[in-house]
Design a protein around this ligand. Structure first.
Ligand SMILES: Nc1ncnc2c1ncn2[C@@H]1O[C@H](COP(=O)(O)OP(=O)(O)OP(=O)(O)O)[C@@H](O)[C@H]1O
Length: 250
């Protein structure tokens, strides 16, 4: 497998895969000729448990190498000469049980932004907005390791929103969450969509996420079927997208 990057600034960024084959121990997980994930896409990635959703996201994030095929990034700014310019870090992958830094919720939010060169006032505005959106205000001084699963996920998505990745992959972002946390996370995802972030959202079943998506990738029969038609949510509590916008989470 060869990973190469075509680096030209000011383009729409994208990650594309060609002739992708993924096997574990001789078992083919999926085999797909072409896939493209680009800025502005909002893709619902569906598949049964064990079909390979997380594996596909990790491949597109440069975290694992496929058995065969090429994964190519385009449009990203060139890295300085001393940093390896590979796929890693271009499309951000957020695990269902996200990694958080040791320290407080506030530290997790501010550390992400301290790595970016933006004015302090803008930095503070962004943190305030993220805290409000994720309703983390009462938890700012709590240790991140003490948070519940839903709170951790809210913090991880708020942190991702702060650093504004161009491509973001969220693995089962609302599973095992109560309705209030689901509503907050869906509102944050909707905000990322409004900001033009490319989103790849996995779920093994249709749910409130479906209402946000414009494309459908379905892993079945060891391939990935792509379509512009997104299946309607199965649940009776189908989420109305107008309720998802930041600020309407009561
Ligand atoms: N490193 C690995 N070595 C061997 N098998 C693996 C490895 N990683 C994943 N698998 C297997 O590949 C299959 C797909 O796993 P993956 O986590 O990508 O599925 P998924 O669609 O995300 O599942 P779920 O909906 O349950 O989260 C599973 O059968 C898993 O056991």
């Amino acid at each position: 497998m060869m990973i190469s990057d075509t680096l030209q600034e000011q383009q729409t960024v994208q990650i594309s895969a060609h002739n992708l084959l993924m096997k574990f121990n001789q078992n083919t997980l999926f085999n797909v000729p072409e896939l493209t994930f680009k800025q502005g896409d909002v893709i619902y990635l569906q598949g049964d448990n064990g079909s390979g959703k997380s594996t596909l996201m990790k491949i597109l994030a440069g975290l694992i190498t496929p058995t065969q095929g090429q994964v190519i990034s385009q449009g990203f700014a060139p890295k300085p000469w001393w940093q390896p310019d590979n796929l890693f870090g271009k499309a951000v992958y957020l695990h269902q049980h996200p990694y958080l830094f040791e320290g407080t919720v506030k530290y997790n939010l501010t550390y992400a932004l301290s790595q970016l060169k933006i004015p302090v006032s803008e930095r503070n505005d962004r943190i305030t907005q993220a805290v409000n959106m994720a309703q983390l205000g009462d938890l700012l001084n709590h240790n991140a390791s003490d948070l519940s699963g839903g709170e951790r996920q809210r913090l991880a998505i708020a942190r991702a929103w702060i650093i504004q990745p161009k491509l973001l992959m969220l693995d089962e972002p609302i599973s095992n969450m109560d309705k209030q946390s689901q509503r907050l996370v869906l509102a944050m995802i909707n905000q990322l969509k409004q900001d033009g972030t490319g989103l790849l959202l996995s779920s093994h079943q249709t749910c409130g996420l479906t209402a946000l998506c414009q494309q459908h990738w379905h892993i079945k029969q060891r391939t990935i079927h792509t379509s512009m038609h997104v299946p309607a949510a199965e649940t009776v509590h189908q989420t109305n997208t107008t309720e998802l916008h930041y600020g309407t989470t009561d």
